[in-house]
Design a protein. Structure first.
Length: 118
């Protein structure tokens, strides 16, 4: 089992920045990749980006490319999401997830709320 806890959400004005954190615990050595997802009001949950735990390679959704950056600290079992130039449409509950393989997200956190005011 892997436990995930997000933090760092809050209220920010459009154009501002926030940094989300995801703390992983448990059998973290088995993690292949970690990612961020979000679910806005009345919307489906969507992929934001992911980082491969072994080599740090990242992939982002087009909607956040160039504005969001995912990083990790293997020693601390932490993943981060640096969000810049935030827009009202970025308002959502942000989740971190961990996958033991390339195809499945096995573990999820409870989410942290990000609200961007215009």
């Amino acid at each position: 089992q892997v436990q995930l806890v997000e933090s760092g959400g809050g209220l920010v004005q459009a154009g501002g920045s926030l940094r989300l954190s995801c703390a992983a615990s448990g059998r973290t050595f088995s993690t292949y990749r970690m990612g961020w997802f979000r679910q806005g009001p009345g919307k489906e949950r969507e992929f934001v980006g992911r980082i491969r735990w072994t080599d740090g390679s990242t992939v982002y959704a087009d909607s956040v490319k160039g504005r969001f950056t995912i990083s990790r600290d293997n020693a601390k079992n932490m993943m981060y999401l640096e969000m810049n130039n935030l827009k009202p449409e970025d308002t959502a509950l942000y989740y971190c997830a961990a996958g033991l393989s390339m195809t499945t997200w096995h573990y999820w956190g409870q989410g942290t709320q990000v609200t961007v005011s215009s």
